[in-house]
Design a protein around this ligand. Structure first.
Ligand code: GDP
Ligand code: MG
Length: 429
């Protein structure tokens, strides 16, 4: 059975934690998009980890982890990450990397930085991991798939030469930076080849065989619906499809094999980078939620920068669930909200006096103001509670109300960062 675990919102909803928890009963965990700009935080018996390239199944020796063809593959970062976890006592992961994964090249990272610098105050807030230049090159058909590292020398040199001609025009004339040297690039790629050799595989074949054998497969998404290149808050999005539908292409499996889409939604909102964020709060109110949120505060797992925070947005989340095709929802990070007398939620948008219940496109989104309702708080610490019935009534009502408004069954509630901090709930709707 194939289950996708994907984000409803702006990312950082706790996908890593939920994937790590559910991977216990899985055979395969696949990343199907994005790259080392991800930050999936996991707390388990080995310690606390922030995974960037590796799938969140790496802590189980019996799980095969796959980086699918849809991934932006940063080879040095991947190798560094494997070393980091094994240095901390985690057994060497069983990892397969798609021979069709797109390589993040050193100049993609440089170009990402140059472009942010050029944009100055109008920047996207990129993590500068080279993701946008990598995917742009993929679609312009001047990228490199991992298998190309193994092509005959002259063919590869010719490909590199062509790319350098194009990129150097930009680097020289637009960014005024040092030009790329094709020979240096070839040498770097030969280093990449040696690093990735042990892991390269035909992952499409592997996954099709795993499906045929009835294995349990998790597809782990990066970021969330709001950052989807097509359906998110364009242009302040990531450069790939973060929706479960994208997993079929990014893992190379039939769409009808994805039987379950577990969408992860955080019990309040957070976002990194620029872009419309209707439910955002500011000042002391935001500082308090940021300090109490997540595990030790809402700060980026990749960049360490403070995350923007806001109240739960039912408009964005209902849309987020719809475009994910969510069959069930895990509502995470509920525990930090216990300090509030009343908990605001966003129930609609007001755009120039017109009330929207459906999430609008970006042109309207920039002018949207939140319509807020307040629910009673539970004023207590819910960490350590393991059953739905033991949660305070106001807390259950908060979950019920969100479920009703997002129109998708909430099957799990997460009340802490560790594996065991999970409550299985029978949905009401
Ligand atoms: P991801 O990118 O979706 O995997 O999420 P991140 O790991 O970037 O961000 C989620 C943050 O919330 C991390 O610091 C997690 O350790 C933490 N976290 C996850 N679930 C819970 C929860 O239920 N309660 C609390 N307090 N923290 C959580
Ligand atoms: Mg994250």
């Amino acid at each position: 059975m194939v289950k996708a675990i994907v984000g409803v919102n702006w990312g950082d909803e706790g996908k890593g934690k939920i994937t790590d928890t559910l991977a216990a009963d899985s055979d395969v965990v696949v990343r199907f998009q994005g790259g080392s700009n991800a930050g999936h935080t996991i707390k388990n018996e080995y310690g606390k980890f922030s995974l960037h390239m590796l799938p969140s199944g790496v802590f189980y020796p019996d799980v095969t982890c796959v980086l699918g063809n849809g991934v932006a593959l940063n080879i040095p970062k991947l190798i560094e990450e494997i070393k980091n976890i094994t240095d901390q006592g985690v057994p060497a992961p069983h990892l397969l990397v798609s021979d069709r994964a797109q390589l993040v090249m050193p100049y993609h990272i440089l170009l990402d930085g140059y472009e942010e610098e050029r944009l100055g105050g109008r920047s996207f807030g990129s993590t500068k991991s080279g993701i946008a230049p990598c995917y742009s090159a993929k679609y312009a058909k001047i990228g490199f798939q991992a298998n190309e590292l193994f092509m005959p020398e002259q063919e590869l040199r010719d490909r590199i030469e062509n790319v350098c001609t194009i990129k150097n025009a930009l680097i020289k004339n637009l960014y005024h930076k040092p030009e790329l040297d094709p020979d240096d690039l070839y040498d770097t790629m030969m280093e990449y080849k040696e690093m990735i050799k042990p892991y390269i595989a035909n992952t499409v074949k592997f996954l099709h065989e795993a499906i045929d054998a009835g294995k349990n497969i998790l597809l782990e998404g990066q970021l969330g619906s709001m950052k989807d290149i097509d359906l998110g808050i364009y242009p302040m999005v990531t450069s790939s499809n973060t929706i479960a539908g994208g997993a079929a292409a990014g893992a190379g499996i039939p769409p009808y094999e994805i039987k379950d889409v577990l969408a992860i939604s955080k019990a309040y909102s957070s976002a990194v980078g620029a872009g419309a964020f209707v439910s955002e709060i500011f000042g002391d109110e935001a500082d308090e939620l940021r300090a109490r949120g997540g595990d030790g505060g809402e700060y980026g797992a990749t960049t360490g920068r403070p995350r923007r925070v806001g109240w739960y947005d039912c408009v964005a989340s209902r849309y987020g669930c719809k475009v994910q095709g969510a069959t069930e929802v895990a509502l995470t990070v509920l525990d930090p909200l216990g300090y509030l007398d009343e908990i605001p939620i966003v129930t609609a948008y007001d755009v120039d006096g017109e009330i929207f219940h459906d999430f609008p496109n970006t042109t309207y989104l920039y002018r949207a103001r939140p319509v807020i309702e307040k629910l009673p708080g539970w004023k207590s610490d819910i960490t350590g509670i393991r059953s739905w019935d033991e949660l305070p009534e106001a807390c259950r009502n908060y979950v019920d109300e969100i479920e009703r408004r997002i129109e998708c069954p909430i099957t799990y509630v997460s009340n802490g960062p560790a594996r065991e901090d999970i409550i299985v709930r029978k949905p009401k709707i």
